[in-house]
Write a protein that binds this ligand. Structure first.
Ligand code: ADP
Ligand code: MG
Length: 460
């Protein structure tokens, strides 16, 4: 700790300044805003303080900056300024981003686009998750278009945007992309992106420090609020309540809200009715499971980004085998690229199969009846609902039997369980279907080939 000012150690002065401020502002505000300040040193007439996050820095500068300087000057006349810098190492959750200090005489030294993002409450953005890197296909085109609209519109186009879909299908990617785009094109707008979990954590902390006013102010003064994975609020009543108020306040002020969840608003469990209904007021866009075509384009795009030539056979193989989600698809590609880099061998279908052996086996075990139904329905171009329907027309009955047969072959489900998944059919119906398909396989080579193809696709 520097002791440039003559005489008393700066630590003693700092302790007195803090003591006086505490008396002036009260315990709660002191705890939230002033206690977390750390004295770095006093250098060249400038008192240098550190704090964990950008938001805290701005808040302290705006609310206590002048008073801090006055009090310090009363102790030491040589002090002319106070400077607060952000040191993310001081953060508990480690989410702040390091940057330039702010100068308390008024202006921010580090001004510019980055300032529009409130790194304190906002989680850091992954620079790779942009619109440019998002591959659009049938399953996600609606969600993508809605996200782009929100990011590019001059005025709020609809509110909220509610994105939903299964794990690893691109919800977080789209939200980051919105934030990046606004950062670029509307640097004066305040954008907060955070997980529902973090929202709750912030809220609870604010309550503990009896500082909910500051909490409300932080959230209600933004132009774009994006909360990810809101299913996390399920059963958390007081957080839901607070979120509901924040949400309403923002919407009333015509600020854009973007929400994501793993289900549509009305399927969110243990969620207050009025919140659920309010969440569905704007545009609700779902991201469907990937198709083979989308998986292939994503792989092509990622391989290009990695700057490696991957044989199309390998990409096709991966797109066939790894159907669960995009994250796993990416993981598999990264693995084979890293491996070939490491051992200096070209990527081939053979070494890919070898390398991903464990991963492919793991996906085998996860085949569900729903997946089978979906695949088979796609394959025969019938509606998914026909898997459950009572229709007996050959065009739907045969594919349904194929799906039952594959469910028996590829899952560990019992005949009655399978029957239930097919619109509550009896186990004897399933048994009959299995027998029928076995017969057909034995007598019709073309049919047998078709079934084997389906099976290979499902087995991954
Ligand atoms: P979610 O939030 O829905 O669980 P993420 O947005 O975290 O999923 O996506 C998981 C991974 O897959 C991320 O690395 C993301 O970049 C990638 N990803 C998902 N969808 C796409 C897409 N359409 N194009 C490119 N990458 C994608
Ligand atoms: Mg996510």
């Amino acid at each position: 700790m520097g002791t440039e000012s003559a005489g008393e150690p700066t630590t003693a002065i700092w302790a007195r300044v803090r003591g006086r401020l505490r008396n002036e502002v009260g315990d709660a505000a002191f705890k939230s805003w002033l206690k977390p300040l750390t004295l770095r040193d006093v250098h060249d007439g400038t008192v240098r303080l550190m704090v964990a996050t950008r938001f805290m820095r701005d808040w302290v500068a705006a609310h206590y900056g002048d008073r801090l300087r006055e009090l310090w000057r009363e102790e030491d006349h040589s002090v002319r300024a106070i400077e607060i810098s952000v040191d993310p190492n001081l953060a508990e959750a480690g989410t702040a981003v390091a940057e330039e200090p702010i100068d308390m005489r008024g202006r921010t030294r580090a001004s510019g686009p980055a300032d529009s993002l409130d790194d304190d409450i906002s989680a850091p953005l992954d620079p790779r998750l942009t619109f440019e890197n998002f591959v659009v296909g049938k399953p996600n085109e609606m969600a993508h278009a809605a996200a782009q609209r929100v990011a590019d519109a001059k005025t709020v186009p609809f509110n909220p945007l509610f994105l939903y879909g299964g794990v690893g299908l691109g919800k977080t990617h789209l939200m980051h992309a919105i934030a990046h785009r606004i950062r670029q094109t509307k640097p004066d707008k305040r954008v907060i992106y955070l997980s529902a979990e973090k929202f709750m954590y912030r809220f609870i902390r604010a309550m503990r420090y009896k500082d909910t006013m500051a909490f409300k102010e932080q959230f209600r003064s933004v132009d774009f609020l994006m909360v990810d994975d809101i299913q996390f609020f399920s059963g958390k009543d007081s957080t839901q309540e607070e979120f509901f108020h924040t949400f309403n306040a923002l919407i009333d002020e015509n600020r854009q809200v973007v929400i994501s969840a793993d289900k549509p608003p009305f399927d969110l469990e243990r969620m207050e009715e009025r919140l659920r209904s309010r969440l569905g007021w704007g545009v609700v866009a779902d991201i469907h499971p990937t198709t083979y075509e989308l998986r292939l384009s994503i792989l092509e795009s990622k391989a290009e980004q990695l700057g490696v030539a991957v044989p199309s056979k390998v990409l096709e193989f991966l797109a066939h085998k790894i159907v669960s989600n995009v994250r796993e698809l990416e993981g598999a590609l990264n693995r084979i690229v890293a491996h070939s880099d490491l051992v200096g061998r070209e990527i081939s279908l053979e070494n890919t199969q070898e390398l991903l052996h464990d991963l492919l086996r793991a996906t085998d075990r996860h085949i569900t009846i729903e997946e089978i139904q979906k695949r088979v329905a796609e394959h025969y171009a019938i509606r998914l609902s026909d898997m459950h329907s009572a229709r007996r027309a050959r065009a739907v009955a045969r594919p349904r039997q194929v799906a039952m047969y594959l469910a028996k072959q590829l899952t560990t489900r019992s005949l009655p369980e399978i029957g239930r998944k097919f619109g509550g059919r009896d186990h004897t119906t399933v048994m009959h279907a299995v027998k029928r398909i076995e017969q057909l396989r034995a007598t019709d080579a073309g049919f047998a080939e078709d079934i084997d193809l389906l099976r290979r696709m499902l087995e991954g």
